[in-house]
Design a protein around this ligand. Structure first.
Ligand SMILES: Nc1ncnc2c1ncn2[C@@H]1O[C@H](COP(=O)(O)OP(=O)(O)OP(=O)(O)O)[C@@H](O)[C@H]1O
Ligand SMILES: [Zn+2]
Length: 611
């Protein structure tokens, strides 16, 4: 932790001023900046020693401010390319502690939060990273950019400009709202008059767990809280439970303690995917949430009552976010389209009427159009996941621009320009190409899991793998598949291979630990194991028979035979409890004894067929 591997050294002894009170370099090995440092005066009054919240070294209180400036600057120099430039500890992705306290103007500093967020926020649902299928390769992109010079139309030239806008950060990241005003949907928890909104507006942030499906805006909400809390000087630190270690949590806590003590500044700790922290990691910050050193905001897609430490849970307000409605998605997509300068064509517009949507439509530099219907379809197909929706839009536009040179489309708009039109078909194609055309809540979801189940039952490993991939590539929750595998292990394999159940539970846990995409091979292994395993429904069927028998029973259920009852008290013994019971280990020969109620004597659930 102490700057290991940075390659920098300090020479504290040699560089230190010989006389007490003189200027020298920061003596801390941890600091590594070599910034001026004043040796405490001999005989001067003992100054309180404080800890630098950045490098955690001990310093005389009077020097802390100048030290911090240096320390933070050094951090900027060390930051990895692409990481938050003022963050000395890239692993923590922390907003620079202390920097706000140093009178540095807000605007002068790089906007830390967005960088931080784009850093820790992992790709999901395709299109998040340039390596994801569906994204244009470097060569393709170059080609797209070269297009106008190759004698393309004016429209193609504008398309290249649009293509440029779509490069780099994914559209979803570019458009992440910064204020509550831009946050769409989630009225139930965030609407006017709700408790959460009034708390946020008064900057009273309680500890929160944000629970909701992927892409519904958990991270975005945290990002908005970060933005607004910066205004009253609160620090905002983020950790991703997928990569952070217990030590990282400790570091954040000790920095928070210092900040609180030194500057009376509060710290909000945002933990993405908090369910990935194990219970002991969650325990690490529990006392600090309790005593108010940090305010915790956790985000999770999993039911927190199972995945979050009960003690921690009781100290946090659980906010349930819903998947975004089709209407909310339309608002988000419409906003995206506007920001790209793409114009929306309502029905009938193709025949020469003016486009709707963009206010700058008349003098638009980007004669690229999208059918209103295409947007509606996209809003519907992304199943409340804004990231998927925005990625889908981005892919459709990019693909369309790439293909444009072959089929420019003529739109008479005020008698002028050529245009590029994006239709519903293009949007669907875009989704299909990126494998996101998969309806996680609807038909497809059930159809595919059923096909997987039946393929495994039919011992077709080939088909089993196919259906598995269809679901995972479509963005299915791996834990949903894993749960189904656990059931399959008992229902279809059963005692023909009792190890199957262990395999399934292990696969579930494995997926839970490492998440997508790494967990896909765990599921694949389990699915193939199951397809190849011997099958037996003996137990499953027998148990169904028992249930059936209970369901069909009329009148009071038969009493438990007296000899099978336990007799812990004299009274019970006197009542005949346990009388005549034969304790099997006492007998050499197999014991003749009934275990079923009298009226069921002779029933064999393993033989009986369900009617
Ligand atoms: N309520 C919203 N209003 C506007 N845009 C939104 C909203 N929710 C999500 N988005 C857009 O979708 C993108 C992804 O959302 P976000 O990262 O907040 O999802 P999440 O709930 O944290 O998902 P995950 O569980 O996958 O991390 C954001 O960058 C933003 O552009
Ligand atoms: Zn320092």
């Amino acid at each position: 932790m102490l700057g290991a591997g940075s390659g920098r050294t300090t020479a504290p002894e040699g560089l230190r001023a010989p006389k007490a009170g003189g200027l020298a370099s920061c003596p801390s090995l941890a600091c590594l900046t070599g910034h001026p440092w004043r040796e405490p005066m001999e005989g001067a009054e003992e100054e309180p020693v404080v800890q630098c919240p950045v490098c955690l070294q001990q310093l005389p209180g009077a020097h802390i401010n100048s030290h911090l400036d240096q320390c933070l600057q050094a951090g900027e120099g060390e930051a990895e390319p692409g990481s938050s430039p003022s963050c000395k500890r890239p692993r923590l992705a922390a907003a620079p502690p202390g920097s706000q306290a140093q009178g540095e103007p807000e605007e002068a500093r790089p906007a830390a939060a967005p960088t931080i967020f784009s850093l820790f926020h992992k790709g999901r649902g395709g299109g998040q990273s340039p390596a994801t299928p569906g994204w244009k390769s470097g060569a393709e992109r170059e080609e797209a950019a070269r297009k106008p010079e190759d004698g393309g139309s004016a429209a193609a030239g504008c398309g290249a400009r649009l293509a440029q806008k779509l490069e780099g950060k994914p559209l979803a990241e570019q458009l992440r709202p910064d204020t509550l005003g831009d946050y769409v949907g989630q009225e139930r928890v965030l609407g006017a008059q709700t408790l959460l909104r009034s708390l946020l507006e008064s900057h009273e942030i309680p500890s929160l767990i944000l629970w909701g499906p992927p892409g519904c805006g958990k991270t975005t909400l945290a990002h908005i809280i970060a933005n607004s809390s910066k205004k009253n000087g609160t620090r905002f630190v983020t950790l991703s439970a997928t990569s952070a270690k217990t030590n990282d949590v400790r570091d954040v806590i000790s920095q928070a303690q210092n900040e609180k003590r030194l500057f009376k500044r509060k710290t909000i700790l945002f933990i993405d995917e908090i369910h990935r922290f194990n219970k002991s990691q969650q325990d690490t910050f529990l006392p600090h949430v309790e005593c108010g050193t940090v305010t915790l905001i956790g985000a999770t897609t999993e039911n927190p009552s199972f995945q979050v430490n009960a003690a921690l849970l009781s100290r946090c307000r659980v906010i349930v976010l819903e998947k975004l409605s089709v209407e909310a998605m339309e608002v988000i997509l419409m906003r995206a389209v506007r920001s790209l300068g793409v114009q929306v064509l309502g029905q009938g517009d193709q025949h020469g009427n003016s486009a709707t949507g963009s206010s700058s439509s008349k003098s638009s530099e980007f004669p690229v159009y999208i059918e209103e219907k295409a947007l509606n379809t996209l809003a519907y197909l992304c199943d409340g996941d804004a990231r998927t929706g925005l990625n889908g839009l981005q892919l459709a536009v990019q693909a369309r621009l790439a293909a444009e040179r072959t089929t420019p489309l003529n739109i008479t708009k005020g008698g002028s320009a050529d245009g590029i039109l994006i239709t519903e078909e293009h949007v669907k194609e875009g989704l299909q190409r990126s494998h996101i055309l998969y309806d996680r809540a609807g038909e497809e979801h059930y159809n595919c899991i059923s096909a997987l189940h039946k393929s495994m039952r039919g011992s077709d490993e080939n088909a089993s793998l196919y259906w598995l991939a269809r679901m995972l590539e479509g963005g299915e929750d791996p834990l949903y598949v894993a749960r189904r595998l656990v059931r399959f292990a008992s229902e279809d394999i059963g005692l023909a291979d009792p190890l199957a159940l262990t395999q399934a539970v292990a696969a579930y846990q494995g997926c839970h630990f490492i998440g997508m995409p790494e967990c896909e091979v765990i599921l694949a292994q389990c699915v193939v194991y199951f397809a190849r395993a011997p099958k037996s429904i003996e137990v499953y069927r027998a148990y169904s028979n028992v249930k059936e028998c209970l369901r069909m029973h009329t009148g009071p259920l038969p009493p438990v035979p007296l000899h099978l009852r336990n007799a812990p008290t004299r009274l019970m013994k006197n009542l005949g409890y346990g009388k005549g019971y034969k304790y099997n280990p006492m007998y050499k020969e197999p014991v003749e004894q009934d275990y079923l109620p009298e009226e069921l004597k002779g029933t064999d659930f393993f033989k009986e067929r369900k009617t």
